[in-house]
Design a protein around this ligand. Structure first.
Ligand code: GTP
Length: 600
């Protein structure tokens, strides 16, 4: 295909602003899916995506547009590249953007722009993409296109009249939008005769075909039956198939400048075909890669344990399987006195954690418990040695000189009535206000620097409840800062329970200790002796609760000599014991740990 006839674009939108619905309409309008074969959200193929209504992995599609059959006019080839919508996947978003020349900025005409969208818009502008502003859902009675067109115009610096109005639901304005994409977004340019270079912007594991890698060709041409080379590590692969998605996979001879498609090499693991890597040909390799490649970096760690200890091998199997499909996942075995055998797992962020946990539970039928998540700390000891701590149990004992924690730049958007509530929340989380803008009279954008460790601790919930769900949040990693952090241990009868240790700011250690000790007092049944629960920093106890002693006599209730009833009771008691964990001399039902962690 002549690059002049190609347009590559993506859609930037907040969750629920109607990206999938609009994409469906585009499939219909361009005629590649007939109305009767249309099912809602054709492009979202993963169950979880469908159920949770979020896009986890990009799907992209090639759309023929304005082709005139029976003439020489081959029309236009549109490549729509889907971008994941969540904050944990910023790197993947940046790579999908890098594969496009333009972006449709899609905003719900009843809601206005949200923090997520704004953050991705900035990313698109950094990548020099042409932005096409669009208000969606104009069929809604609650739509306020005038108001929000003005807001968008103010943000991107255009006229309110330049903002297109569409309805993904009814299809109004969709053909006009496609024409606007053709008119405004530049055609791709590249060196057609140079050595081939293609950007990997997505890579998914398919149980039948192995890894399917999505690429955008920048220079040269890649054709089937050639050996390709991954530029990050020099590994070569045989090309088994090369094709385009329209809307189902369709093999082609080759892909040239500006074209978007997929290839299959038979590799079984997405880590061998990483997002952001440059693909070239082995026999005529490019000298320089496209740039922007980065190894995925876990930002949040948590322990994952099977509730039933005998399911540990199943958990290992399930993680190994998931790894084929998730290049960002890292894990290693871990044991906990409280929870038994499990894994220490690294995630890109909280949503990634939730998705992984849900997929493990759903796809393998496991019941899991995860320990409170923590970020990655860098500790410099007094003797000059330096270590990276991803697990509270690895917190050093010696004298620490400096401790660093990761920070993020956060953007919050909310109705201006909630400004005070948001400021209060962010200050309570050690945030520093760096900027504030009114997007319109009634909506405000706040910018904060916040420790990531404070955000992963129920920040979303707190924000939601303080703003009745009207605030949106986005953040990007922004380096590290030195902080006064301490490790708080929770002790039962003098024995630390590893699963409850946490690294917190020193001003918050007391609150954490009191909270955990109080919770455990409620959850742990009385024993035959008194059990102190303590929270401690090193050897210094900062909070204490006590579980009073009781003599549990199950037989006391049985007055007569009914021996069979007695036996039944004794057996029942024995069964109950099986699910007990011993912490020192203290018997703790597994459920107590689970309960204490699940609402931590
Ligand atoms: P994610 O995949 O989570 O990013 O969501 P999305 O942006 O793809 O949104 P989706 O297309 O799933 O639409 C969200 C909701 O809005 C659904 O209930 C749609 O039926 C509805 N919706 C989408 N477009 C329109 C529209 O033009 N008009 C109306 N009235 N509703 C719409």
């Amino acid at each position: 295909t002549d690059p002049a006839r190609i347009r590559n674009f993506c859609i930037i939108a907040h969750i629920d602003h109607g990206k999938s619905t609009l994409a469906d309409r585009m499939l219909e309008v361009t005629g590649i899916v007939e109305g009767r074969n249309m099912r809602a959200q054709y492009l979202d193929r993963m169950d979880i995506e469908r159920e949770r209504g979020i896009t986890i992995k990009a799907q992209n599609v090639r759309l023929p547009w304005r082709t005139a059959p029976d003439t020489d006019d081959a029309g236009i080839v549109l490549h729509m590249i889907d971008t994941p919508g969540h904050v944990d996947f910023t790197y993947e978003v940046s790579r999908s953007l890098a594969a496009c020349e333009g972006a449709v900025l899609l905003v719900d005409a009843a809601q206005g722009i949200e923090a997520q969208t704004l953050a991705n818009l900035y990313l698109a502008l950094e990548n020099d993409l042409t932005i096409i502003p669009v208000l969606n859902k104009i069929d809604l009675p609650a739509a306020q296109p005038e108001k929000f067109a003005e807001e968008i115009a103010h943000i991107i610096g255009c006229e309110p009249d330049d903002v297109l109005r569409v309805s993904g639901k009814t299809g109004v304005g969709v053909p006009e939008l496609l024409d606007e994409i053709v008119a405004k977004i530049p055609a791709p340019t590249g060196d057609a005769d140079g050595p081939a270079r293609a950007l990997i912007f997505d890579s998914v594991y398919d149980i039948y075909r192995g890894v399917i890698t999505y690429v955008r060709v920048v220079d040269g041409r890649i054709s089937g039956r050639e050996k390709i080379k991954m530029m990050s590590n020099g590994v070569t692969h045989e090309l088994l198939e090369i094709g385009v998605i329209s809307p189902d996979p369709k093999p082609v001879e080759s892909l040239g400048v500006g074209e978007v498609g997929y290839f299959i090499t038979g590799v079984k693991d997405v880590r061998q075909s990483r997002v952001g890597d440059t693909v070239t040909l082995q026999h005529k390799a490019a000298a320089e890669s496209l740039g922007g490649y980065r190894d995925p970096k876990p930002m949040v760690y948590s322990g994952l344990y099977p509730i039933d200890g005998s399911e540990y091998p199943l958990l290992r199997e399930a993680l190994d399987k998931l790894l084929l499909n998730d290049a960002a996942l890292v894990y290693e075995p871990e044991t906990s006195a409280a929870l038994g055998f499990g894994f220490r797992v690294g995630f890109l962020g909280l949503l990634h954690l939730e998705i992984v946990r849900e997929r493990l539970e759903r796809e393998s039928g496991l019941s899991l418990i995860s320990t409170a998540p923590n970020v990655v700390y860098r500790v410099v000891m007094e003797d000059g040695t330096e270590l990276v701590v991803t697990n509270p149990s690895d917190w050093p004992h010696g004298k620490m000189e400096k401790i660093f924690e990761p920070i993020v730049k956060a953007t919050l958007i909310a109705p201006s009535d909630y400004t005070g509530a948001i400021m209060e929340l962010c200050q309570g989380r050690r945030g520093a206000l760096t900027g504030m803008d009114y997007l319109s009279e009634s909506r405000v954008e706040l910018r904060y620097t916040l420790p990531l460790g404070e955000i992963i601790f129920d920040f979303f919930d707190a924000l939601k409840s303080r703003t009745r769900g009207y605030a949106s949040l986005d953040y990007q990693e922004a380096g590290e800062q030195e902080s006064q952090l301490v490790k708080v241990d929770i002790l039962l009868q003098g024995e630390a329970v590893d699963a409850f240790s946490a690294i917190v700011h020193k001003d918050k250690a007391y609150a954490y200790g009191v909270m955990m000790a109080g919770k455990l007092r409620e959850l742990i049944p009385r024993q035959q002796f008194e059990v102190p629960i303590q929270a401690a920093i090193g050897a210094r106890v900062i909070a204490r609760e006590t579980i009073r002693a009781i003599r549990k006599d199950v037989l006391a209730k049985c007055y007569g000599g009914d021996i069979s009833r007695k036996r039944k009771l004794l057996e029942k008691q024995k069964e109950g014991k099986k699910r007990m964990k011993m912490v020192g001399r203290v018997e703790v039902p597994q459920e107590a740990f689970v309960a204490a962690l699940s609402n931590a």
